[in-house]
Design a protein around this ligand. Structure first.
Ligand SMILES: [Zn+2]
Length: 362
């Protein structure tokens, strides 16, 4: 601890035998142990928030309290774990720490078809674990590495983003932020079925992440499809008694933009087989806003629940989503059209939706 100078050492002298810590750190000299018994600071050392230890005791860290952490100022912490390095703690701060503390919780099911639970762990107990570096310069940004991945931000960005697993490997193979993808511009998408699917946990769903240059990566898993659809000879022909004619028109346009299957109304002048019937139901007793049903014999159906459909945006999203099921797409991930939780700001197939569509229809 050469940075601390003689004064601290002198003050510590009487405690030497059991004390391996120092109570004041400069943030550029943080790779040091924070373990040990803390000591109250003298008043002059409390003057500068970025220079001053706020918590006087190191707090426990880790699932079994094996680690320690301390806060410095309001935006910096040092974490130490014997499993990372018994001799050094690592600093995290600012946007990176904010992300690390607030990563989306993993969702999982406690039993088959049970309700989704959310694991409320991010920080060192979450998938990223402890920091293994301090905050370090990236090209045009900053990063910290963690046991399970990294958190990175671009200068000027309002958020840092985490990368891990297969997607991080792909990004690394393209030379991280120096490659064509640039910096990550989203976290990995949360998927419906149990977890985000890219971190070694069992999952059925697809998983993906956006990057700065308008590109994305997926985990490499195939996007989920239903295994059946209402498509016949590259056509999805519908008849409708629904009041949501605008939503139907918008949904058809959104899907037809992908080009491989034609979504088209039944034409009585030039009749073809009808593949799906769209109708309205008034069902305040159920949770669904829209429902696609596939039958082995007869016409498949899309029902729109007038009791659960709010404004035009909501109707448009649900109609486009149900049409996605009729096209054979299963549920996938948050922020995608096929997210099972209706998102009234998504009106067109997103990248995972499109990947599933291409898988089915080219
Ligand atoms: Zn659905």
């Amino acid at each position: 601890m050469s940075r601390e100078g003689g004064q601290v050492r002198a003050a510590e002298a009487g405690r030497r035998g059991s004390v391996g810590h120092v109570e004041v750190f400069r943030m550029d000299g943080v790779e040091t142990s924070i373990v040990g018994r803390p000591r109250r600071l003298s008043a002059d050392r409390r003057a500068r928030p970025t220079y001053t230890l706020i918590w006087e005791e190191p707090l426990y860290a880790g699932n079994s309290n094996e680690g320690r952490w301390q806060e410095f100022g309001f935006t910096n912490r040092i974490y130490w774990s014997p499993n990372v390095d018994p001799n050094k703690g690592r600093q995290i701060g600012g946007l990176i720490m904010n992300k690390w503390l607030n990563l989306p919780s993993r969702q999982y099911r406690t039993y088959v078809n049970g309700p989704y639970q959310y694991e409320k762990r991010s920080d060192e107990r979450g998938r990223l674990g402890y920091p293994v570096t301090r905050e370090s310069p990236a090209s045009g940004g900053r990063y910290n590495n963690f046991q399970g991945g990294a958190i990175t931000y671009k200068f000027g960005a309002t958020s840092a983003y985490a990368t891990w697993g297969n997607i991080r490997d792909q990004w690394a193979a393209q030379n991280y932020e120096l490659g064509p993808l640039g910096f990550p511009s989203s976290d990995e998408y949360l998927c419906q079925d149990g977890t985000t699917s890219n971190d070694g946990y069992e999952s059925y769903g697809a998983s993906g992440q956006n990057f700065q240059n308008g590109q994305y990566l997926t985990s490499g898993r195939r996007p989920p499809t239903l295994g059946y659809s209402s498509v016949l000879f590259s056509k999805l022909t519908y008849q409708s008694s629904s009041q949501y004619t605008t939503a139907i028109s918008q949904a058809s346009t959104a899907w037809n933009a992908l080009g491989s299957v034609q979504v088209t109304p039944y034409d009585p002048v030039n009749p073809t087989l009808t593949n799906v019937e769209i109708s309205d139901a008034n069902r305040p007793d159920v949770t669904w806003a829209g429902l696609y049903s596939n039958t082995d014999f007869g016409v498949d159906t899309i029902q729109m629940n007038t009791a659960k459909l709010g404004n035009a945006s909501n109707q448009r999203n649900v109609m486009t989503h149900e049409m996605g099921h009729a096209l054979g797409l299963a549920h996938n991930c948050k922020s995608q059209l096929m997210d099972p939780i209706s998102n009234s700001s998504v009106f067109a197939p997103q990248f995972m939706d499109q990947a599933a569509y291409r898988q089915l229809w080219g």
